[in-house]
Ligand binder design. Structure first.
Ligand code: MSP
Length: 488
């Protein structure tokens, strides 16, 4: 593990509003960033997210809403920023591909690509004709094989026939090297099933891809060809390096690159696991250390989509469950990499059981008893939480991206503490003058356990963790007037 940690999420398309799919990825990144800030120090972590704002799809959406593309992008990009604020996402930067800093950098990248030679000595890019089926939803050409009932399976839309002159990237010349790096985990793709899927794609044969577009109006100009704009994916993927200073501020860039974790879901695996590393090779830059591919989730067994009307937004969840309640409901049920189905009707039940009755109740119960019965002072600074075996276990889970396991461990400590209290019955000990010392002793154990819980919850439920720590490290511990989580 290096001494720095750079993590990214995909930059989200602005033609969609933020929903819980985007929120899940961003939350996972936030948990890791918060965890590593504690471990490596705040200045050694960089967490990047942002919005992908070019391409035909965005231009079309802008037209539909009667706005200029830039106005439209400003608006929706703002919605993402607002959503991340409501979920208490603590990103270090938010890049927008329509920003000057990015556009200028992408243009320099194009010039570098034009000068680059492949490992086989060929020019890395070349001009060619492209004819094919193009899905504006995916912003990519798709093959007949990929169609389901003549439509793109992701967007349920018929692709358009396109024929145009483009610049192509000679991906084929990089595949042998890339394959080796993937096999040796020099460029690690997790979970292994996704690594195998990527190797499978290489095995089946991947063709060169076009990196410019003639028909696109809303995009980055190619500096050496006035007839063309950048293919939106080259523009978008570059954000991971332009945001940290490439190519203008190489000192800053080298502080963070190679990225430690690119987080994404399987829908954009091919771009991240094949196109992006090959482009980096052409730029003579190191490959990402690791890509983490999480599963897609469905709502009640169905794909989340505007047309099905089952889109859940982070705002509606935050309104009902609060920021940390939402963070908990989205982070706790899934094992990393698995596809999962969200059952929204179970949200209330889990919120009440785990947060209101579990964690919230324990906090109010223990603070109440301590307020009433404790005689001697608690020296909380003497608790060495980091030596606790659960602490180590939770760290290991987080470093293996098993957030649900870590949360399970924390909630086991909560229920175990409740059981300890029920068995010891402190309220009865309090009636016996000879049991005062014993009572003092066990109350301190509860406080220690609660502070451990608060510490472990820090990356997941930061506000709750802070509140609990404040209550139990105060000079005089008092039961808070408001419950941590109101029952629904
Ligand atoms: N703009 C591109 C990414 C460019 S990155 C250089 C894009 N944007 S997107 O808005 O469609 O976001 C896709 C990503 O959003 C997925 O890879 C995933 O991280 C997240 N998710 C979107 N829907 C999701 C689910 N239903 N479930 C889980 N994650 C989801 O692709």
């Amino acid at each position: 593990m290096s001494k720095k940690f750079y993590i990214t999420t995909p930059i989200y398309y602005v033609n969609d509003k933020p929903h819980i799919g985007h929120s899940y990825t961003t939350l996972m990144a936030d948990v890791l960033a918060r965890y590593y800030r504690e471990k490596l120090g705040k200045d050694n972590v960089f967490f990047l997210t942002g919005t992908d704002e070019h391409g035909t799809k965005v231009a079309q959406s802008a037209e539909h809403s009667g706005l200029s593309p830039q106005k439209f992008c400003d608006q929706t990009s703002g919605l993402f920023k607002k959503a991340w604020k409501s979920l208490n996402i603590d990103n270090d930067d938010f890049i927008r591909t329509t920003e000057e800093r990015h556009i200028k950098a992408v243009q320099k990248i194009f010039i570098q690509l034009k000068e680059a030679k492949t490992p086989k000595g060929n020019p890395a890019i070349y001009q060619g004709n492209y004819e094919g089926l193009y899905c504006t939803g995916c912003e990519k050409f798709i093959t007949e094989k990929e169609l389901v009932d003549g439509k793109c399976s992701y967007h349920q839309k018929k692709p358009e026939k396109l024929s145009e002159k483009n610049w192509f990237f000679r991906l084929s010349d990089y595949l042998d090297d890339l394959k080796k790096k993937i096999e040796l985990n020099e460029f690690e793709i997790l979970p292994t099933s996704r690594k195998n899927e990527t190797l499978g794609l290489i095995e089946q044969g991947v063709t060169d891809f076009s990196i410019s577009r003639e028909t696109v109006i809303w995009g980055v100009d190619i500096p050496f060809d006035k007839t063309q704009k950048s293919y939106v994916w080259v523009d978008a993927l570059s954000n991971y390096i332009t945001a940290i200073g490439y190519p203008n501020n190489l000192k800053e860039f080298k502080k963070w690159w190679p990225v430690d974790v690119h987080l994404l879901a399987q829908d954009i695996l091919k771009f991240h696991a094949l196109y992006w590393p090959a482009l980096l090779m052409a730029l003579d830059l190191p490959l990402p250390k690791r890509e983490l591919i999480h599963g897609f989730f469905t709502i009640d067994g169905r794909k989340m989509s505007k047309s099905l009307g089952n889109v859940i937004t982070p705002e509606e969840l935050v309104k009902r469950y609060g920021t940390d309640g939402t963070r908990y409901l989205l982070l706790s049920p899934f094992s990393f990499g698995q596809e999962a189905d969200i059952k929204a009707e179970l949200f209330d039940e889990r919120y009440n059981a785990d947060l209101a009755n579990g964690l919230g109740n324990l906090v109010s119960r223990v603070s109440n008893m301590v307020e009433k019965y404790l005689i001697t002072d608690i020296k909380t600074e003497e608790f060495d939480i980091k030596r606790d075996k659960s602490y180590k276990k939770c760290c290991q889970f987080i470093e293996k991206y098993k957030f649900n396991e870590s949360l399970k461990e924390i909630f086991n400590i909560i229920s175990e503490t409740d059981r300890l209290i029920d068995a010891a019955k402190p309220w009865e000990l309090s009636k016996d003058q000879n049991k005062k010392e014993e009572l003092d002793f066990i109350l301190k154990i509860y406080v220690k356990r609660i502070l451990l819980i608060a510490d472990l919850l820090k990356p997941f439920l930061p506000q709750t963790s802070e509140k609990i720590t404040e209550i139990f490290t105060a000079k005089k511990i008092k039961k808070p007037k408001e419950p941590l989580f109101k029952r629904i």
